[in-house]
Design a protein around this ligand. Sequence first.
Ligand code: GLY
Ligand code: MN
Ligand code: MN
Length: 462
Amino acid sequence: MQQMPSIPPDALEVHRERVAGSWNILDGGVLVAAGLPVPIAGTDGCHDFHVHGDHFYLTGMNVPGQVLAFDPDDGFTFFARMSASDDRVWEGSPPSLDTVRGWTGLERVFPREALFAWIEARRQNPIAVLGNRDILTSPAGYEVPELDELWLTEDTGRTARLAHHIAAARRVKDPAELKVMRDSAAACRAGHLRAMRMATQGMTERELAVEIEAEFRRRGARRPAYHTIVAAGRNGAVLHCTPTDKPFRNGELVTVDAGAEVDGYMSDVTRSFPVSGVFTPEQRDIYSLLLAVQEAAVNTVRPGVEFRELHLMVCVELARGLVDLGILTGAPESLVERDAHALFFPHGLGHMIGIATHDVGGYLADRQPSDRFGLKWLRMDQPLKPGHVVTIEPGLYFIEALLTDSKRREEFADAVNFDAAERLLDFGGIRIEDDVICTEDEPEVLTAGIPKTIDDLEAACR
Ligand code: GLY
Ligand code: MN
Ligand code: MN
């Protein structure tokens, strides 16, 4: 059931003013739907409900089937779900309209049955459909009759333009949002500390994931921010490894990529540490390389820095380290130009984070992801600004699928010592990920309290 939003009404009002100001529309209107529960096929159950981020950003509400509407004459109007008495038996009673007004700061709050009239009154005018577009395909879920002609006035060009503006507004987090993100980071820290304390030979990836997620929830999380990754040994080279029943063995590294959702805001952190609690000399060498590069990248988060350039700088430094380790041969800059480093660091340096783990607005509207091997999984391309919150998450992996690929072996025969790389398949992979606020000055690392130096990790594992 909906509880009082953690973002106060005056901050929600600022979100709405910022967005409506950038929309600058003179006629017609906008719908921003929360979304409907997604049924689990073949059952009478539904997946856990995830409200659309744009609806949440503007209202703080996370109830399925509600709609925020906007038009230039009346401004914002909220259509609240008023449960039938049978629904109240199963789901409890929704907040009253006055409660919704108090929580959201919205004045125009009506029962949802009034939504259809609002749409009908604007039938001949251009409407943008933002939020969850299931309102187009399942209008009955919003108490709007299925009428073929109902949606003919959607102006898809307007929808695209307005969606871009709301994504731009969501990029810069305000103090109320940052406060919640600090709470999310604190829950995240507790889960990671528990993982370091609990991991031991014989325990499985899945058992450790349960410990982490339980700790998140004890610290106020509603749920994990995304599917928790726990990967030991070779599994560490699987970027989004779903935890398995594989028991940990001393000598292996465990990579935990886990974040919490607290009051609608996400954290996203990765740490790699030894099952035994002590790094082997080889693990130390590779880990130290990654840590030095990650810390340098975090300290480079400053206004004006192009994230793509930062990504490429990290690639060069990782390539330099791999040359020193005898895995790559050549000048680091040229290795990166031909994407040889991407065999060992195929993903991007990071992404924006906020209401979504991979938050909206990563690319400026006039920039597109590259199809280059070393850039195609980069989720962000824009200059950093104060208020941006980004992850910085370089990794180093020895990925069987890449190292045994005959085309790549041929292409990179002169650049990669494949024998040396293959000897590290059991090393798996490591990643270090923090959530970082770009400020006017020094970056603020939301997740700084989570151990990541070798000494701190070994102490936390004890
Ligand atoms: N856990 C997903 C990511 O790091 O992007
Ligand atoms: Mn991430
Ligand atoms: Mn992550």
